[in-house]
Design a protein around this ligand. Structure first.
Ligand code: SF4
Ligand code: SF4
Length: 369
């Protein structure tokens, strides 16, 4: 009896808390919600970076000092390896266990693109957040940002698609099943995440200059990297065209003030579209926030006329990540199969030529490598 009343009290407490949390989220302004989600994902990435740094430092020192386990989420930064794993899976039916979470995260991001447009870019990606902060800084310093002329903007925008085609064709398309297998189980791929960390820790002058130029360009031109150069963004832009959700304008109530177009960071002419059909739309909802009229501009699916509240859209984006990664975890396809002792050996000998690669071509290696 006593147990039942305690359990009832507990359940009521949780229900009340969830109810209040829901009311709080609903009351938040759309852009506040997006910022919270972006900061949450940034925090997650920073934790992953910190843990991974500790993991590599531990093995570099031969197992001295504090032990850090390897965070599987670090494989999110290996999209080429994930693409190769995906093709290998399609051709062979085998899910490799070298970078399983890399493939899982890659698939989650593709699903996000198909369902919720390029929401990954404006709700999740830390580079997208950095890019957004840079043009906001540019706006504060100079009062505005530069919008390149159309004749320049179009060819520049196609650069990211050319880079995507390069990765898809020159690297992945040309690889047959034997090449794919050779790459996946190569010493290089096994420590690709470690090599990436070491690249940034011992960054070359050339790479620093390149990043510096990109940062400066992003201060004066909105989303310079994302709009012109990011191949991941190009892939998501293509997939987003199939998304059932679109920014939709009610032409009957619209007063043609053009505030939505002014607010759009991706130079989309929202005020003249009934539906925004653009590979550049990241579902950031800045246009919705800028519109002075309620329900004139909204996220809608093609089948339902009811607007989707921005908070629900944000929750759905988070849910896709949580469900995808949890499913991978319970099915045992999240942690990779490389042992700590193997990592230690490889990290100690990482400067050997067998850990190099050239456009997906890895050096020949034997069973001992
Ligand atoms: S159209 Fe609206 S949601 Fe799409 S990128 Fe522009 S401001 Fe963001
Ligand atoms: S901000 Fe709203 S009212 Fe103004 S043009 Fe855009 S959709 Fe119409």
């Amino acid at each position: 009896m006593e147990y039942r009343s305690v359990s009832l009290k507990y359940k009521t407490g949780i229900t009340n808390f969830l109810g209040r949390f829901r009311s709080y989220i609903i009351s938040l302004e759309a852009q506040r919600i997006r910022s919270i989600v972006q900061m949450g994902f940034l925090f997650l990435v920073l934790i992953i970076g910190f843990e991974f740094y500790g993991f590599v430092a531990y093995h570099q020192s031969g197992g001295q000092g504090a032990y850090f386990s390897r965070p599987p989420g670090v494989e999110a930064f290996l999209p080429i390896s994930a693409l190769i794993s995906l093709k290998y899976w399609i051709l062979s039916g085998v899910l490799n266990t070298i970078h399983p979470s890399g493939l899982v995260i890659f698939l989650i991001i593709l699903i996000l693109g198909l369902l919720f447009k390029k929401s990954f870019c404006s709700w999740v990606c830390p580079v997208g957040l950095f890019s957004e902060s840079l043009w906001q800084l540019g706006n504060k310093i100079f009062g505005k940002t530069i919008t390149p002329w159309r004749w320049l903007d179009y060819p520049l925008r196609s650069l990211k698609y050319l880079l995507l085609v390069f990765f898809l064709y020159a690297i992945v398309w040309q690889m047959n099943i034997a090449d794919l297998e050779l790459f996946i189980y190569s010493p290089y791929n096994k420590v690709a995440d470690v090599k990436m960390l070491l690249f940034f820790m011992n960054i070359s002058e050339f790479a620093l200059w390149t990043i510096g130029v990109l940062v400066l360009l992003s201060v004066v031109i909105k989303n310079f990297w994302c709009r012109y150069l990011c191949p991941y963004g190009a892939l998501l832009g293509f997939l987003s065209m199939f998304s059932p959700i679109k920014i939709t304008r009610n032409a009957e109530t619209c007063i043609d003030c053009e505030e939505c177009t002014i607010a759009c960071p991706n130079a989309i002419k929202v005020h003249s579209a009934k539906k925004v059909i653009s590979d550049e739309c990241t579902a950031c909802a800045l246009c919705i926030s800028a519109c002075p009229l309620e329900d004139t501009l909204a996220l809608k699916t093609s089948t339902r006329s009811k607007p989707i509240p921005v908070w629900k859209f944000g929750v759905a984006v988070i849910l896709v990540f949580v469900l995808g990664t949890s499913l991978a975890n319970v099915t045992g396809y999240w942690h990779n199969s490389i042992s700590d002792s193997e990592y230690q050996r490889r990290i100690q000998e990482i400067n050997k030529p067998v850990y190099d690669h050239n456009r997906g071509q890895v050096p020949k290696y034997g069973p001992e490598d």
